[in-house]
Write a protein that binds this ligand. Structure first.
Ligand code: ATP
Ligand code: IP8
Length: 340
């Protein structure tokens, strides 16, 4: 099935517009250089900021009591988890606008297994690829479980959803089938769906890796969120890899109706048509920052603003709240928007 055809059947209609689709980038929430290692502080702060962005109360300064929803025993915990049943029974509601979708990347989970076995290139007749497919899914779904638990500890009613088990598939790496009805029903029921980049079946290649960035673009086309946020480990898109001390942060990029993009801010780079220089880690199977920019441009062309910024900063909190206007000089990140 062609990608366009896949988009014609989103399933039941969404009750109200999705407020935000957010990518928790693998580079931010994991230690990318260390196999299967979560950056606990970054994950905790991203989840706390998501809660703040969802909070319906203005806040009188007093810390809100959080209804923790992770009632499972954590590895190494001596005691059973505490469940404050009396307090829960007296609660009127969660006080959260949960109309968000979270998608996370793989970081140091999944990419390593996929690149070692070549899952992204396909060929399930090879035992190595088959084993790598299984290993990639074990790795990335274990990260998904940890992220769902971290969100649940912040009182966010999150539910994990894997593209592979929801029946999503590709054809030559492009989304061919991606039924979103379960996502829409979950939103409708007040849950926050938590998807992730995944290993999926491919009509022509047998299998491939579907990036979280591509999933976000697809969901944005289907559900028209008010804005999209990519949280990662750098402040945004630079004119060259940010490891270069002369790299300049691109603060605003415009996308025209043909999909071509141009730098608006900083003014000194306006009209620069040399493009952006990007480096991608050797074990990255989905194209790194390059994929993100391409997918972000498609989203922006729909008239949906995209914010790319660093997780765990005041700038990420503002982005999650949708509080970034075109004249926000003090906001650090890249805004990608339509020129119209
Ligand atoms: N021109 C550039 N501008 C910004 N970042 C760049 C550029 N070139 C390379 N990078 C690198 O891209 C990385 C972020 O992209 P990456 O795809 O790894 O992010 P992510 O979405 O957080 O991770 P994942 O794909 O694992 O979910 C940064 O660590 C940065 O060093
Ligand atoms: C299983 C894998 C490797 C998913 C990759 O997703 P991404 O990190 O969002 O590109």
């Amino acid at each position: 099935m062609a990608e366009e055809a896949a988009q014609e059947h989103p399933g039941p209609s969404a009750p109200r517009p999705v407020r935000c689709i957010v990518k928790l980038g693998g580079a931010a929430i994991t230690n990318k250089g260390e196999l299967e290692s979560i950056n606990e502080e970054s994950l905790r702060s991203a989840c706390a900021q998501l809660r703040q962005a969802m909070s319906e109360s203005e806040g009188d300064g007093a810390p809100e009591k959080v209804l923790g929803m992770d009632w499972s025993k954590r590895h190494g915990d001596p005691a059973d988890p505490a469940v404050d049943a009396e307090w829960i029974a007296g609660m009127a509601g969660l006080g959260l606008d949960t109309n968000f979708i979270v998608v996370h990347g793989a970081g140091s989970f999944g990419h390593f297994q996929a690149s070692r076995s070549g899952v992204h290139k396909g060929g399930l007749h090879s035992t190595l690829v088959k084993a790598g497919f299984v290993a990639t899914r074990i790795s990335v779904t274990s990260l998904n479980q940890e992220i769902v638990r971290a969100l649940a500890r912040e009182g966010i009613p999150s539910v994990g959803m894997s593209p592979f088990t929801c029946g999503w598939s590709t054809s030559q790496r492009k989304i061919a089938s991606a039924n979103a009805s379960q996502i829409i029903q979950s939103l409708h029921a007040g849950f926050v769906p938590v998807l992730h980049g995944d290993a999926v079946l491919d009509e022509l290649l047998d299998c491939t890796i579907l990036s979280g960035d591509v999933i976000i673009r697809h969901l944005a086309q289907l559900l028209s969120p008010k804005y999209v946020v990519f949280l990662t480990d750098v402040h945004g898109v630079y004119d060259r890899p940010p490891t270069d001390p002369n790299a300049v942060l691109l603060k605003e990029i415009e996308v025209d109706d043909k999909g071509s993009w141009s730098i608006v801010k900083p003014a000194l780079l306006q009209g620069n048509n040399k493009g952006v220089e990007i480096s991608v880690a050797a074990h990255d199977t989905t194209g790194g920052m390059e994929t993100k920019i391409l997918e972000a441009a498609v989203i922006a062309r729909l008239g949906i603003d995209v914010y790319i910024t660093k997780a765990g900063t005041e700038h990420s909190l503002r982005a999650l709240k949708g509080d970034v206007s075109s004249d926000s000089e003090d906001w650090l990140g890249t805004v990608i928007r339509s020129s119209k």
